[in-house]
Design a protein around this ligand. Structure first.
Ligand code: SAM
Length: 272
C-alpha cells in the first residue's frame, strides 16, 4: 500500500494539512492509511456520477475532506465525510470553512465506515483499497437502487463497473450503479401473443438471465438482461418475432413498453 501511495502521489515528502495539522502522505489510518485523491480524478469521479444539487454524497474514509468539499462547492450537493481519524475530521472542517461552505452543506463525522449509517447517500465515493471495498460491497449493493458508487483506483471485487475513468494525470477510477433487486418470478401483462407471460429471473448484480414462458410454455431464454439502477431492459426472440422490453422497476412493479412503442405498454409484478 505504501508503494501504491508513493506511486500514486509521486511525491511522498509533500506536506499537506494546515498550521494546526501537518500531514504527510501515508499517515496511518484505521483500515487504510491516508493518501489524498488528486483534484482532477475527484472531478472525473463526481462528473461520472452526474452529481447534482439534489444529491447526497458520502465519502467513506474522507481524509482531509477533498471529495465532500468539491461535491458541495463545485456541484452544489449536500456532502458528508466519514473519517476515523479525529484530527483529519477537524482538518476537514477547517478546510470546509476555508472553502466558504455553510455548515449543513458539507459535514464530517468521526466514525468507522463499517459501523456508521450512510444509507441516505445517493452517491458514495471511495478511495479505500480492494479488500475494504470488498467488505463494503454487500452493504453497497443493498443501497437504494440507482445510487452511484465511484471508487478511486480500486475495483469492488467481482462487481463489473459501468464505466472506467482516467484522469489527465493518469489516475483511474470506476463507477457502478446500484441495481434494483429483481430476482424471482415476474408476471407480465400487455405483451401481445400470450395471455400470461412469466419470467423466472436469476440476477447477478446489474445483469440477469431469465426463462420466459408464454401461457405456461417455455419459449425463450434471456442471457443478457440488464438492470441499470431501476431501468430494466431485455430482448428475446420467439416464433421469429423480436421482443424488446424496457422500463422502470419500482419495488416489485415494472412498467415500460414493448419495442419502444408507446402504444404497447407492458406492466409486470414480482411474485416471489
Ligand atoms: C486513501 S485515504 C482517502 C482519503 C479521501 N477519501 C481522498 O480521496 O482523498 C483513506 C482514508 O480512510 C480513513 N480510514 C481508514 N479506515 C477507516 C475506517 N474503517 N473508517 C473510516 N475511515 C477510515 C483513513 O484515515 C484515510 O483518511
Amino acid at each position: 500500500m505504501l508503494v501504491a501511495a508513493l506511486a500514486l502521489t509521486g511525491c511522498a515528502a509533500t506536506n499537506y494539512g494546515d498550521e494546526q495539522l501537518k500531514l504527510r502522505v501515508a499517515t496511518a489510518g484505521k483500515d487504510i492509511m491516508w493518501m489524498p485523491s488528486k483534484i482532477d480524478i475527484v472531478h472525473k469521479m463526481l462528473d461520472a456520477a452526474q452529481v447534482q444539487p439534489s444529491d447526497i454524497v458520502y465519502d467513506l474514509g474522507s481524509g482531509d475532506g477533498i471529495i465532500p468539499i468539491e461535491a458541495a462547492k463545485k456541484y452544489g450537493a449536500r456532502a458528508v465525510g466519514i473519517e476515523y481519524n479525529a484530527d483529519l475530521v477537524a482538518l476537514s472542517q477547517r478546510n470546509a470553512q476555508r472553502a466558504g461552505l455553510q455548515e449543513g452543506r458539507v459535514s464530517f463525522k468521526q466514525g468507522d465506515v463499517f459501523v456508521e449509517d450512510f444509507s441516505e447517500a445517493t452517491v458514495v465515493t471511495l478511495y479505500m483499497g480492494e479488500s475494504i471495498n470488498a467488505r463494503l460491497m454487500p452493504k453497497l449493493l443493498k443501497m437504494r437502487p440507482g445510487t452511484r458508487v465511484v471508487s478511486n483506483t480500486f475495483r469492488i471485487e467481482s462487481w463489473i463497473p459501468d464505466q472506467e475513468l482516467k484522469s489527465a494525470s493518469g489516475d483511474v477510477a470506476f463507477l457502478w450503479t446500484v441495481p434494483a433487486p429483481i430476482e424471482g418470478r415476474w408476471d407480465f401483462s400487455g405483451i401481445p401473443d400470450a395471455r400470461a407471460v412469466t419470467l423466472q429471473i436469476s440476477q447477478k448484480k446489474q445483469f440477469f438471465n431469465a426463462d420466459i414462458d408464454f401461457d405456461g410454455k417455455r419459449v425463450a431464454r434471456i442471457d443478457d438482461g440488464v438492470i441499470a439502477g431501476t431501468q430494466m431492459s431485455f430482448e428475446f426472440t420467439h416464433a421469429n418475432k423480436r421482443y424488446s422490453l424496457r422500463g422502470q422497476v419500482q419495488g416489485s412493479r415494472f412498467s415500460g413498453r414493448l419495442n419502444d412503442d408507446p402504444r404497447l405498454p407492458v406492466s409486470g409484478v414480482l411474485r416471489l
